[in-house]
Design a protein around this ligand. Structure first.
Ligand SMILES: *Cc1c(COP(=O)(O)O)cnc(C)c1O
Length: 227
């Protein structure tokens, strides 16, 4: 057996720290395909990318059979068609109804059912995308999902404020989990609404303790990104 690379050993320690039932998206954006291959050899199959162009290049190089892809970045409606052709297992970053409707139209056109998460905005930053808790609760309360033809909503995704204030970060994670729980209580008939995607390299243990079911970890596995 060849010796473990640093990617493989870092991946191993992240995995070990996750309880059963919490999934790991290895966020590989800005890292070369060799880095993904190393992680794949260590058993990681699920990767996260945030730009359609980059995902397309990686799917082309590595294939869609042996790798499973989540899209986690802000998505423009004019890129939806191209993204769906790449058959991502999950689009985690649906941040507007306009985008949701476009994905629904395009998935129906391509004859697929697209799995998505609704992105929540709870962080303090002005620039973050996503629905406010009120918007999302209102939309589910009106059962807006019933008009969708070809989209399956699998849960919610969110990010905590970018701050060293752990109390703030914890409050954000609890707010995300709380919105998820309230949606489920309001719409108990929602099928497969089971994913709460939250937690990144700096805060994923805290996210897990607040009820995350899927963490998105990049630099703690692949090292720093060079933009
Ligand atoms: C880049 C990114 C991550 C991973 O960030 P790290 O700090 O490198 O773990 C997670 N989620 C989203 C939405 C991202 O864009």
């Amino acid at each position: 057996m060849s010796p473990l690379t640093s990617i493989q050993s870092r991946l191993g320690s992240v995995r070990q720290s996750l309880p059963d039932g919490v999934g790991l998206v290895a966020v590989s954006k800005f890292h070369p395909v060799e880095a993904l291959r190393e992680a794949r050899e260590a058993g990681q199959r699920l990767f996260g990318e945030s730009r359609v162009q980059e995902l397309a290049a990686k799917v082309e190089a590595l294939g869609a059979e042996d790798y499973c892809w989540h899209f986690i970045g802000h998505l423009q409606t004019n890129k939806v068609r191209q993204l769906l052709r790449l058959r991502p297992a999950l689009i985690e970053s649906v941040d507007s109804l306009r985008l949701l409707e476009e994905i629904d139209r395009e998935a129906a056109r391509q004859g697929v059912v697209q799995n998505v998460l609704m992105q929540l905005h709870v962080a303090r930053e002005e620039t973050k995308f996503g629905f406010t808790p009120e918007e999302l609760l209102g939309w589910f309360g009106e059962r807006g999902f019933e008009s969708l033809q070809a989209v399956h909503i699998c849960g919610v995704m969110g990010m905590a404020s970018n701050t060293d204030d752990r109390d703030r970060v914890e409050a954000d994670f609890r707010a995300i989990r709380d919105v998820y729980d309230r949606i489920l209580a309001m719409c108990p008939d929602l099928r497969g609404f089971s994913t709460v995607s939250m937690g990144m390299s700096d805060d994923y243990p805290l996210a897990v303790s607040c009820g995350s079911t899927l963490v998105r970890v990049g630099s703690a596995i692949f090292g720093p990104r060079e933009y």
